[in-house]
Design a protein around this ligand. Structure first.
Ligand code: H2B
Length: 97
């Protein structure tokens, strides 16, 4: 497994500033954001788009869906914490909504 560098404190602060919808989770090892849609169809459409982007990036979200709500947590397993991959995926997800 390739080891990926973790974001330092400044990178993490920059990430949160650039993506105000996201907040730190798991003692700073992950970021999380909740998305509310009008109904299940919209939520699923969003998830489909995120899934395609995530697979293209080879970087996959941890997420859950309950009807119109989608909760996403981003962390890099290969880094045991946050990495540039999470910042890039958060940016791509924010572009969708
Ligand atoms: N997704 C996430 N969130 N973290 C990873 O470290 C990761 C991944 N690694 N998707 C990728 C797949 C790796 O397992 C494959 C082999 O490239």
């Amino acid at each position: 497994m390739v080891s990926v560098p973790q974001l330092n404190e400044k990178d993490r602060a920059d990430l949160l500033e650039a993506h105000p919808g996201w907040s730190l989770a798991r003692d700073g090892q992950a970021i999380t954001r909740s998305f509310q849609f009008a109904d299940f169809s919209e939520a699923w459409g969003f998830m489909s788009r995120v899934a395609l982007i995530a697979d293209r990036h080879d970087h996959h979200p941890e997420w859950s869906n309950v009807y119109a709500k989608v909760e996403i947590t981003l962390t890099t397993h290969d880094a045991n914490g946050l990495s540039i991959r999470d910042a890039k995926l958060a940016r791509a997800i924010d572009k969708i909504v």
